[in-house]
Write a protein of this length. Structure first.
Ligand code: SAM
Length: 280
């Protein structure tokens, strides 16, 4: 196994800085630097790009991103214990790594980034899903990022790429596929992590489309899709009762049947419905 840089192996970094993984922080570390470099390669050509990394931990993926040529990495980490280890990475890549301590859900990273920007992260899945939804739902498009390369529990990854008719098809699939190309690019068994989580993980790569696949207002689409899948077994006319008083007419105007269920409706149908709901 060849070294990707001159820094110590991650097991040694963890020992030196006493970085026992904490469950409360959702910490499952990747210690194989060849694997982290492989994940970094899934993010596309990093040369000439700034990369936003959330949750660098002891720095495995950070080192992958830097060794793969990222122009600059901005890493946001909540656990202050990781900062000394990350300072060593910053020293090995002068001027190319900035670390901010804090909760990624509270920090606006944009002041520290210059386009083109890619995002890469191995995060606790609940934080990852919350950030993914935020990154996919700005009112205006294209977003600040060109691509997102994110580790998820396999089950969440499958929800992002699911198509109509599948049990995993829902809000995440619609939001992701409306404005991006989304694919699973790597599958990782629990043993790839230290400590191993209970379930398998997948890396999802999302490439922002220059414009959404179908016209719709982002806020209206989000509201319609959330209501439709909140009660996914109900017919649309019942599930969407709260969205508009004349929802049956609007469903018909969108070319949908009021007795359809959310699971059967393709992305295009939800966008047509969002347009019909937005009409005054
Ligand atoms: N990227 C490292 C790796 O692949 O080995 C660490 C991955 S570990 C699954 C998740 C990391 O996210 C931890 O370092 C944890 O401290 C950090 N983290 C958890 N919640 C966070 C949050 N809200 N904001 C920023 N970092 C967070």
């Amino acid at each position: 196994m060849g070294a990707i840089d001159d820094l110590p192996p991650l097991r040694e970094v963890i020992r030196t800085h006493d970085l026992q993984a904490r469950k409360s922080m959702g910490q499952n570390f990747l210690l194989d630097l060849n694997l982290t470099a492989k994940i970094a390669r899934q993010a596309g050509d990093l040369t000439g790009c700034d990369v936003l990394e959330i949750g660098p931990g002891p720095g495995g993926l950070t080192r992958g991103l830097l060794s793969e040529g990222a122009r600059h990495v901005l890493a946001i980490e909540k656990d202050a214990r990781c900062l000394p280890a990350l300072s060593e990475v910053a020293a090995a890549y002068p001027g190319r790594l900035t670390v901010l301590e804090g909760d990624a859900l509270d920090i606006d990273p944009l002041a520290h980034l210059t386009p083109p920007i890619r995002v890469a992260a191995n995060l606790p899945y609940n934080v990852g899903t919350e950030l993914l939804v935020r990154w996919l739902t700005p009112q205006d498009w294209p977003p600040f990022w060109q691509s997102l390369t994110l580790m998820f529990q396999r089950e969440v990854a499958e929800r992002i790429v699911a198509g109509p008719g599948s049990k995993t098809y829902g809000r995440l699939a619609i939001l992701a596929q409306w404005r991006a190309d989304a694919r699973i690019v790597l599958q990782l068994p629990p043993e790839a992590f230290t400590p191993p989580p209970k379930v398998s993980s997948s890396v999802v790569h999302l490439q922002a489309l220059p414009k959404p696949r179908f016209e719709a207002d982002a806020a209206v689409l989000s509201r319609v899709v959330a209501a439709a899948f909140n009660q996914r077994r109900k017919m649309l006319r019942a599930a969407l009762k709260g969205v508009a008083p004349d929802i049956e007419d609007r469903l018909i105007a969108a070319g949908l049947s009021p007795t359809d269920r959310a699971e059967q409706i393709p992305l295009e149908g939800f966008c047509a419905l969002a347009r019909a709901v937005a009409q005054t």
